[in-house]
Design a protein. Structure first.
Length: 182
């Protein structure tokens, strides 16, 4: 009886271990087959006019984008795993003497058509002597939000008036898409 119980226990452990190994191997195989595709959105220039804003958050820029995700998936013959921003950068183009001393912090949201805004990047402090802000991109899956048209909104907290009649700005952005062929 004791030998029979040992054999049954051994068989259960062997089958269970084999199943665990196979399931773990499938996950590893799937992860090994995944690859990332970077999709750079078009650079956008915009102008901020000199206004005496209150020291509150202001909408600095808003633009509608369409990312052609279907063509990326078709070209790679795979399935969309997830998508997230990998690049969000704002910089002053002109005038040459203007820095970002009028901006204390900023954030970027995307809003899918008919959906709620999703905060995708922030910067909690802006160096007042710089002309470039590299946003801290959040690791948020935005795949469902970018399958159709979506709006990118840039908000800023101002520390006072904008120092010029108008400031030419540049927003650079990019999305990284994980394709899972298995």
């Amino acid at each position: 009886m004791k030998t029979r119980f040992t054999w049954i226990t051994l068989m259960v452990l062997l089958v269970g271990g084999s199943l665990f190994t196979l399931m773990t191997s499938c996950d590893k195989l799937q992860n090994a087959a995944d690859f990332k595709v970077k999709y750079k959105l078009p650079n956008r220039t915009f102008t901020i006019d000199s206004l005496n804003h209150l020291k509150t958050e202001q909408l600095l820029y808003s633009h509608s984008y369409t990312a052609n995700i279907d063509s990326i998936l078709g070209a790679n013959n795979g399935l969309l795993g997830n998508a997230s921003f990998y690049l969000l950068q704002m910089s002053v183009v002109s005038p040459d003497w203007v820095t970002l001393d009028w901006l204390t912090s900023a954030r970027i949201t995307i809003t899918p058509t008919g959906g709620a805004p999703i905060e995708v990047a922030t910067t909690t402090s802006v160096n007042p002597i710089t002309r470039i802000v590299n946003f801290e991109v959040k690791n948020i899956d935005v795949a469902s939000a970018i399958t159709g048209p979506f709006v990118v909104n840039l908000y800023g907290n101002l520390s006072g008036p904008i120092p010029s009649g108008s400031i030419q700005m540049l927003l650079q952005s990019g999305i990284e898409i994980t394709v899972s062929p298995l």
